[in-house]
Design a protein around this ligand. Structure first.
Ligand code: SF4
Length: 292
């Protein structure tokens, strides 16, 4: 059993920052088990959250703890009810989640994220982006279908299973994530393939794999997406990690350009976005937003 806590607030107002077109974030869990270290290495070595106060002031290292916010859906329901009464639902752009993954392993049994989705089905915001790397999100397709503004943004940093295993050994396989994208899309849920941060890959193959599995793709890098022009990535030791794993030639500012070109050629430029502006433009007019 993982520890639980009670919260007084569910939606966190988003003021500026990386997600500057979103009005709120929502985290059903604190901590993140995808970041745990294994004998093969650190779960998500690029995770910037490990340098934020939530991680720095925790009793255990980032990746080794998860706390479930047991009453999050009840609190969210009250907040959404109040917002609905004030006519605010059409103004809400909600990102779930920015500092954890809402589909932790514990979610299989606890169903807190699913309970939050049920609230959004009752009180639909203009936009809900569910950000995850876990195929477990497919379990909730039936609820997502009842939220008109819902997107799933699925992280897939590379198409190469060997690269995934080397850099993020505790993450779900490439094949399972591609399969999840396909299932979501087939169920009518708009899917953003979040190649973020991009890891070494084979651009033409990767672009072809994504072509019919996502509504849009957004690419981000360890230089453009770390909020500090690459200094955070440097501080996290990523240059050394790329060198140690034999991928030193991929650690540079323009390494993403071949993939961007390949994606634009396969998907069309209107379905391909880059870095912060790309994440923030999701669901905008002109985006391929319509459900099939
Ligand atoms: S899944 Fe996301 S929040 Fe969790 S450790 Fe990895 S990068 Fe960080």
């Amino acid at each position: 059993m993982i520890p639980v806590k009670q919260v007084r607030r569910a939606l966190q107002p988003q003021r500026g920052g990386f997600l500057n077109t979103f009005t709120h974030t929502l985290q059903p869990y604190a901590g993140c088990a995808f970041g745990q270290a294994t004998s093969q290495g650190q779960g998500c070595p690029y995770c910037y959250v490990r340098r934020l106060p939530v991680a720095l002031f925790a009793a255990s290292p980032w990746g080794e703890w998860v706390v479930a916010k047991e009453n999050i859906a009840d609190v969210l329901r009250r907040e959404m009810h109040r917002l609905a009464k004030r006519g605010m639902l059409p103004t809400l752009r909600i990102f779930m989640s920015s500092a954890t993954d809402p589909y932790q392993g514990a979610e299989t049994g606890l169903r807190l994220t699913r309970a939050c989705l049920e609230v959004f089905a009752e009180y639909p915001p203009a936009l809900l982006v569910v950000q995850t790397r876990s195929p477990l999100v497919v379990r909730d397709v039936d609820v997502l279908q009842r939220i008109p503004g819902a997107w799933v943004s699925l992280t897939l940093e590379t198409n190469e299973e060997l690269v995934r295993r080397a850099f993020t050994p505790t993450s779900p396989t490439v094949a399972s994530r591609l399969d999840a994208m396909q299932q979501l899309l087939q169920a009518g849920i708009p899917v953003q393939a979040a190649v973020s941060p991009m890891l070494p890959n084979t651009p033409d193959v990767f672009a072809r794999l994504l072509k019919h599995r996502c509504t849009r793709a957004v690419v981000d890098t360890l230089f453009h997406g770390d909020g500090a022009h690459g200094r955070r990535s440097e501080a996290l030791g990523l240059r050394a990690l790329f060198e140690r794993l034999g991928y030193a030639e991929w650690y540079h500012r323009s390494a993403h350009l071949p993939l961007l070109r390949a994606l634009e050629s396969e998907l069309g430029a209107h379905r391909v976005q880059f870095s912060q502006a790309g994440f923030n433009a999701i669901g905008d007019e002109g985006d391929a937003f319509a459900r099939s």
